[in-house]
Design a protein around this ligand. Structure first.
Ligand code: GN1
Ligand code: MG
Length: 373
């Protein structure tokens, strides 16, 4: 790590309640939003590992509010996990480190927001599910998380990003962005733009149910990508759910949908070779079994009925967000090359097509699981 960065990280670390000597810092994870580092710290008799994260305040405009949610959820989940698992719970939920001022984050004089928590050792993340066991475990871990937070009331949580999964608002914004997008980008994205315009029937699938009350508003995770689960190196079980920044009022359909989007496709989210992008129905079966093993008794009939549509909705919505960001000049997601967001949108739309082709099969599988649960 370059010297300057190390100095910055050391200065940040000095403001948290840890009194060892920093040994090493290294970049961590594949997130599209925050900057994340592993900090190894030498104490008298051991080396401690911590995650240090610089919060993206362009995305989270009110970091204090986001951190209030984050703290509430981490504490709630730890307490519940402790009841379930006893001592093992220490590796199954995030454990914050507080700042010298007693907050769960530190604000630098320049206005940057940082947070720190214990790194869970002996775990790895999975970018692409390769086996049914991995898909099942991802589903089970997020399902369990849903079960543990089922008694949090939506009114007691802040909305950390307003209208986060609100597809109609995302769609409206997309239409505005098209109007002022660069002609060059618009031309390169013309097929994807027309793809979106032909899928309008998907737009209000969940929001209509939420506003009519058919679908209950619940506290949900809202970012259930498979790489937001830590898998135990030894047992390969889905141990701990991370990335709790968007845990707020939502619908389990968003969570199940994002799981299907990310745990059933054996290609990267930015795969250029679209022939590799498809939903694998066996992985779908596994992720659905895992998620419903924990949540079948929580969900109401209207939610259950829409489960087969959740994956398509999320592939559509996230694809729409990538496409909007491309047209807007890459202001939201981290990108590594100029058409990165367009490539991501293409994979989502290819995945969506593959899901559409397998719609009946998904329905049959969900009905089978629910009948036996
Ligand atoms: C972002 O933080 P990360 O990389 O897990 C995004 C999600 C998208 C995802 C797409 C706060 O998640 O909504 O689904 O990228 N998070 C935020 O990969 O916008
Ligand atoms: Mg993440």
């Amino acid at each position: 790590m370059e010297k300057l960065k190390r100095e910055v990280l050391e200065a940040v670390l000095a403001n948290f309640r840890v009194d060892g000597q920093p040994l090493r810092f290294s970049p961590l994870g594949q997130g599209h939003i925050h900057d994340t580092y592993l900090a190894e710290i030498k104490f008298n008799d051991r080396i401690g590992k911590f995650t240090l994260q610089k919060i993206n305040t362009h995305v989270f405009r009110q970091p204090e509010i986001m951190m209030a949610n984050w703290l509430k959820v981490t504490q709630h989940v730890s307490r519940k996990m402790m009841e379930l698992e006893g001592e093992k719970a220490a590796r199954q939920s995030l454990r914050p480190v507080f700042s010298s001022g007693g907050e769960c984050y530190y604000r630098t004089p320049e206005g940057e927001y940082w947070r720190m928590y214990h790194y869970v050792d002996g775990c790895h993340t999975v970018e692409i599910a390769r086996t049914a066991d991995q898909a099942f475990e991802a589903g089970r871990a997020f399902g369990l998380f849903q079960r543990l937070i089922a008694d949090l009331r939506p009114e007691e949580m802040h909305e950390t990003i307003p209208f986060f999964h609100h597809t109609p608002k995302r769609f409206e914004r997309f239409l505005q962005v098209i109007r002022r997008a660069s002609p060059q980008r618009k031309a390169l994205a013309s097929e994807e733009i027309s793809f979106v315009l032909h899928r309008q029937s998907l737009v209000s699938l969940v929001t209509d149910g939420l506003s009519s009350g058919r679908l209950p508003l619940r506290v949900t995770h809202n970012d259930t990508k498979i790489n937001n689960v830590l898998f135990d190196d030894e047992t390969e079980r889905g141990l701990c759910v991370i990335d709790l920044d968007t845990t707020m009022p939502g619908s389990p359909l968003y969570d199940f949908g994002d799981l299907v989007r990310t745990a059933t496709c054996q290609a990267a989210e930015d795969e250029r070779d679209l022939s590799l992008v498809a939903m694998d129905i066996n992985l779908f079966q596994a992720v659905a079994e895992g998620y419903l093993s924990q949540t079948a008794d929580l969900l109401n009939e209207a939610e259950k009925e829409l489960l087969p549509m959740a994956g398509p909705l999320l592939a559509f919505t996230i694809g729409l967000r990538f496409l909007t960001d491309y047209l807007e000049g890459d202001v939201y997601f981290k990108t590594r090359y100029p058409e990165h967001n367009l490539v991501r949108a293409r994979t989502q739309f290819k995945l969506l097509r593959s899901m559409e082709e397998q719609q009946r099969e998904m329905k049959r599988i969900i009905e089978g699981i629910l009948k036996n649960s």
